[in-house]
Design a protein around this ligand. Sequence first.
Ligand code: 5RP
Length: 229
Amino acid sequence: MSDNLKRAAAERAASLVSDGMRLGLGTGSTAAHFVAAIGERVRGGLKVVGVPTSEATRAQAEREGIPLSTLDETPELDLTVDGADELDDELRLIKGGGGAHLREKIVASASRRMIVIADGSKRVAKLGRFPLPIEVAPFGLKVTEIAISKLFSSLDLSGDLRLRQSADGAPFITDGGHFILDAHLGRIEKPNVLASTLNYIPGVVEHGLFLGLATGAILATDQGLVELG
Ligand code: 5RP
């Protein structure tokens, strides 16, 4: 059922794409439906170019026959369509459940519009139930972990930091060669303060709070599509 909802949101987003658009292609199971829908339209004659947000999306887009570019060749994009792990009514997001939030954030920031596609369960009153992914450099991991924990205490946030693991028990490695610490916070009262202060910690490469980047959302619910923004 949830997969049908994801597909419905993705297909609605794909219907907003027109000839000549430069697209940011998101990562995850919902974004994969969007990439598949764009692939189908490309095979039917749609002319677009896509910038993938992960190696997994690049591989899928190549299989779909979508012409691809890089941000170095195409630094301005018209539209990025991507999933999210949580979003609130101000279109603030937690992303990075798939570990791609570094590239996803860079691609979204290069886009005039970013539309989030998700099933309705991702909409929350307050961010933070989903663990916040924080991509960190492997070098000095312990020091970075301590600095993040101290920051959380100073902001009255409690919850543990867990090093993300792959299925084989080894640390999960991102496309950029970094680790991910998942911060189990429960609620994030002041996402703006947390987002800006996290960025000051040496060793933090990027976190999954996306603030001021999404311009719209398409949420699929059992009652139909809900569009925000
Ligand atoms: C990957 C992401 C994904 O967009 C997010 O995890 C949602 O994925 P899904 O559509 O599979 O629920 O941020 O880094």
